[in-house]
Write a protein that binds this ligand. Structure first.
Ligand code: M6R
Length: 615
């Protein structure tokens, strides 16, 4: 995945593009570049590394007054991250430059054909093939840039979000997308194009989310023209109002976005519940469910597709929806589902869960489910994202932008939405009694305060983290609803601190993992009161007798586990079904403090990108 920013208008373009690229570094940060057109000269500067490295290079170049520029921050898919493979990529004529997010799958055959016609290539990228293909069309067909891009794209197999500039037409940008997002900001006599709206949030609130297989021709001081790439029809641009503020995408005084996002969870959960949960009246209003209630109630099965942390939320959903509704639920990794010829019945309901709404595997799984006639419900955070648009209906988590690569508030708000769905359906089909339903509804409303109260243990968790800073491995154990939390805790630790960590259902210990326990091995056990407490206590005893170092997450007032564990972090009591929203919080903080102690780049861990738009 990569980040794209382009600007055309009456301001100095370079600082706008650079600032925008910094905001998009969550999408990739292994190399970066910018092209700008100044006094009839097209300048392109590229470098391996981060946007700050590019900025350093730019400070050594003369000031420029360019009012058109396009930039890119890359997460390599074709070719190693280096200066040459960085974007923008330039065509052989030197006239055209492109920034691209996505993968051109048939690039090898296209490249061969172009080489046969005399084109040469400097980089290993599929993107350089695409820009030369556009030049080839221009040369052969003698058409305008927009048309040339359109013809070239119709020969391409794969995914793309692109912006193209032709120095012979210096008042125009052409943007197009298929499978990767693009937002166009419309200011006063200026336009912005970016992978999401964050780069232009302080300049305009008017945005067009470019649709799949649409192409936009953006000319200085002219109205935008949008065409469908395949059937060449002009479409009316649909301008939306941006619901995003600058404050929300900045660190707000925290050292890292991840920490900020951990602390935002009480508010994020409130926002998820806002207008949907009227606890006193005992009412849950989810219009997407109300309108399609029968699809859910008649479903013989619910399938959940997701990846990573969202898949862990899916596992919680399996437990919760089955408990509340008695409708069977199966959870699948979207990346497996899409390739294994799954059996899907037309009366299945498929729920896709995704923070970004752009994860390629989840999108592919949705498309398969739709092809087979299933009804697809999307749980997404990013408003206007691809998944929110291709699903039959769905529900936003409203967690606000999540910039840290490690998901935190996305997870707890996804579970909040799942709780709303489970309660709504459980009430509708009568599997929850009136009193059970009412108790859950009231408890759900109390969760933000309970999450808030866990932050009081922050400095203790920091101390615990200091004792594990040099660990090389770690095991996470939980049972029932806390099993997905164990998986999520382990994922958080490994992705940001690079400590090898594994999550297991606690009862599986005896089938293998127990062999790993010795006095060097930290074992994080989630041992909250409700659920299988006594059984987990037995598991803790087994670890203790093999000298493992135990960090336990326990319910407030616990006595038994405190006698066994080396460290105990308390969380408020809650019903079993909602405990993941609470028990995951100390694990997020633990991973965060360990990673900081180890000097890791918490918000941008190596080899990772915020949303994975490639398979
Ligand atoms: O945007 P999505 O929720 O679809 O992303 C899926 C995974 O890539 C994501 O949850 C990833 O595992 C987390 N960022 C890890 O913290």
């Amino acid at each position: 995945m990569c980040g794209i920013v382009a600007y055309i208008g009456n301001k100095q373009a370079q600082p706008i593009v650079i600032k925008g690229l910094k905001r998009l570094e969550y999408r990739g940060y292994d190399s970066t570049g910018i092209s700008y057109f100044d006094e009839d000269v097209l300048h392109t500067l590229k470098t391996a590394g981060k946007v700050s490295d590019l900025q350093a290079i730019l400070t050594n170049t003369p000031e420029n007054g360019a009012t058109i520029a396009l930039g890119h921050t890359r997460w390599a898919t074709h070719g190693v991250p280096n200066d040459v493979n960085a974007h923008p990529q330039t065509s052989n004529s030197g006239n055209l430059v492109i920034v691209h997010n996505g993968i051109i799958e048939n690039y090898a055959s296209l490249k061969k054909e172009l080489q046969y016609r005399g084109f040469t290539f400097q980089s290993d990228t599929d993107t350089e093939v695409l820009i030369n293909l556009i030049q080839d069309v221009q040369d052969k067909e003698k058409v305008k840039l927009g048309k040339a891009v359109q013809i070239a794209l119709s020969q391409v197999v794969g995914a793309y979000a692109i912006v193209v500039f032709d120095r012979q037409k210096p008042n125009e940008l052409v943007a197009a997308r298929l499978g990767s997002p693009l937002a166009i900001g419309i200011g006063e006599n200026e336009f912005f194009v970016a992978s999401d709206a964050t780069p232009f949030v302080e300049y305009t609130k008017n945005v067009i989310y470019l649709e799949e297989e649409h192409l936009a021709i953006i000319r200085r001081n002219k109205a935008i023209k949008i065409r469908k790439i395949k059937d060449d029809l002009e479409v009316e641009p649909y301008v939306e109002k941006l619901q995003l503020s600058l404050e929300k995408i900045q660190k707000g005084g925290y050292d890292h976005f991840m920490l900020k996002e951990i602390f935002e969870q009480p508010t994020a959960i409130k926002d998820t519940l806002r207008g949907r949960l009227l606890s006193q009246e005992g009412v849950i209003t989810l219009s997407s469910l109300r309108e399609h209630e029968n699809r859910f109630l008649k479903a013989k099965r619910i399938l959940i597709v997701a990846c990573g942390t969202s898949w862990h939320a899916g596992l919680v959903a399996e437990y919760l929806i089955e408990d509340f509704t008695r409708i069977p639920v199966e959870v699948e990794y979207a990346s497996e589902f899409r390739y294994r010829n799954p059996i899907i019945y037309p009366d299945d309901v498929v729920i896709s869960i995704s923070q970004s709404g752009e994860t390629a595997d989840t999108i592919a799984a949705i498309n398969i489910a739709k092809e087979k006639g299933a009804f697809v419900y999307g749980i997404c955070n990013v408003v206007g994202s691809t998944i929110s648009r291709i699903t039959d209906t769905g529900c936003y988590t409203h967690a606000g932008p999540e910039i840290g690569v490690a998901s935190t508030k996305a997870f707890t708000t996804q579970i909040t939405v799942i709780a709303l769905i489970g309660l709504y359906l459980g009430k509708a089909n009568g599997t929850l009694s009136r009193s059970q339903y009412q108790e859950y509804v009231i408890e759900l409303e109390s969760l933000p305060d309970k999450v808030e109260s866990i932050f009081a243990s922050q400095s203790y968790i920091k101390q615990v983290a200091a004792s594990f800073e040099t660990s090389q491995n770690c095991i996470y154990l939980g049972r029932g609803y806390n099993f997905p939390v164990a998986l999520e805790g382990a994922l958080k630790l490994k992705e940001i601190s690079y400590i090898h960590a594994e999550g297991y259902p606690a009862a599986e210990m005896k089938h293998g993992p127990i062999a790993l326990i010795d006095k060097e091995m930290p074992v994080v056990v989630i041992a909250t009161k409700k659920g299988y407490y006594e059984k987990v206590v037995s598991n803790i005893q087994e670890i203790k007798s093999r000298e493992g170092r135990i960090i336990a997450i326990v319910s407030k007032g616990d006595i038994q586990v405190k006698e066994l564990a080396d460290y105990c972090i308390e969380i408020p009591d809650s019903s079993e079904s909602f405990v993941p929203i609470l028990s995951t919080i100390p694990l997020q903080l633990l991973s965060y403090f360990i990673a900081v102690k180890r000097g890791c780049n918490v918000d941008q861990p190596r080899n990772l990108a915020k949303s994975v738009t490639v398979e």
